[in-house]
Ligand binder design. Structure first.
Ligand SMILES: NC(=O)c1ccc[n+]([C@@H]2O[C@H](COP(=O)([O-])OP(=O)(O)OC[C@H]3O[C@@H](n4cnc5c(N)ncnc54)[C@H](OP(=O)(O)O)[C@@H]3O)[C@@H](O)[C@H]2O)c1
Length: 334
């Protein structure tokens, strides 16, 4: 009897998911977004994407390569990054009717661990020596709701990777971005910023750790950082915008424990409701490449459209204070 109830519930869920999926992929406005566009739009442009070996970063890399960009993948695990790069070269070669080797120079892998300020500095030093220009920086890498952990420098992991690592990276690359202007910075945040707050007295959260709150706080920090940076970059022809990608089927939830029995249902729901990585990456691709956003800076986007922010994400005094404290935390001297 209990087995029959479980089977009936699973069948009902399967039916519902199939119905929703059919609606999503067939009805008006339910079409999958696919990258069309000018295949030479990004020709001659160099793009750096953090966390490009997986999920949204990988999909963004694939599409920008297809649009003709040269892509530098900043990744913490060289083996995982080389595997992803091999697949991307294969796909690119197939699309262009060439051998993967022919596209070798168009895709570069470099080690970058955002949980280590030493690694960020070494990465930037090498990049600045080797690269004459940088047209787009995409701060995409992220970690979500992990148990309490510290970065190499002793910061709470989500704040350290999602905000501080990218804060230092961007600051060290600003000179190159300015000399390559017009250039763009794209920051991947999340709608979950709404549940975060910046408590300057407790940024390390060791006693008060709440994994959801700390993720949201790091994503609020991404937005405050973007708005303050946009203000500082006025008149330079370097723009910076921030986005939320929606809910996307990626590896981001790796720290979330889903009981074994609930996994099939979760997979079904995510298959029916969550965006694919390519769908989720559309706003990053748009902000990195579209002529429509030339000169636009300091704005928040979702689904390739500008969206409103809550007042706490637009508080200029909090943004300035966060900037000053972040400078001290990463050791940038004024
Ligand atoms: N998926 C969603 O629904 C969703 C929703 C809102 C916002 N986002 C944001 O989207 C961005 C991309 O996430 P995703 O969904 O594509 O997840 P993902 O598949 O897990 O990709 C995250 C990437 O970040 C990298 N990363 C993590 N810690 C790092 C570190 N210390 N140094 C360098 N790279 C590091 C990962 O590298 P490894 O592969 O080596 O771990 C991976 O390449 C994140 O900023 C996330 O907050 C995602």
């Amino acid at each position: 009897m209990a087995l029959a109830t479980v089977a009936a519930a699973l069948l009902a869920a399967l039916g519902g998911a199939l119905w929703l999926a059919a609606r999503r992929f067939s009805g008006p406005g339910g079409q999958r977004m696919q990258g069309g566009g000018d295949r030479s739009l990004m020709h001659g442009k160099t793009v750096l994407i953090t966390g490009a070996n997986s999920g949204l970063g990988r999909a963004t890399a694939a599409e920008l390569l297809r649009l003709g960009a040269r892509v530098i993948m900043g990744c913490r695990d060289r083996a995982r990054a080389e595997e992803a790069a091999g697949q991307l070269r294969q796909e690119l070669g197939q699309a262009a009717g060439q051998e993967p080797d022919a596209t070798e120079g168009q895709l570069v892998v470099k080690e970058l661990d955002l949980a280590s300020l030493r690694s960020v500095r070494a990465f930037c030093q090498e990049l600045l020596q080797e690269e004459p220009r940088l047209d787009v920086l995409i701060n995409n890498a992220g970690i979500f709701q992990c148990p309490y952990m510290k970065t190499e420098d002793g910061f709470e992991m989500q704040f350290g990777v999602n905000h501080l690592g990218h804060f230092l990276l961007t600051n060290l690359l600003l000179g190159l971005l300015k000399s390559s202007a017009p250039s763009r910075i794209v920051v991947v945040s999340s709608k979950l910023y709404k549940y975060g707050d910046i408590n300057f007295e407790d940024l390390n959260s060791e006693q008060s750790y709440n994994k959801s709150f700390c993720y949201s706080r790091s994503k609020l920090a991404n937005i405050l950082f973007t708005r303050e940076l946009a203000r500082r970059l006025e008149g330079t022809n370097v723009t910076v915008n921030v986005l939320h990608p929606g809910i996307v089927r990626t590896n981001l939830g790796r720290h979330i424990h889903i009981p074994l029995l609930a996994r099939p249902l979760f997979n079904l729901v995510s298959w029916a409701f969550f965006k694919t990585p390519l769908e989720g990456a559309q706003t990053s691709i748009y902000l990195a490449s579209s002529p429509e956003v030339e000169g636009v800076s300091g704005r928040y986007f979702g689904d390739c459209k500008e969206e409103e922010l809550l007042p706490k994400a637009m508080d200029e005094s909090v943004a300035r204070k966060l900037w000053d404290i972040s400078e001290v935390m990463v050791g940038i001297l004024k």
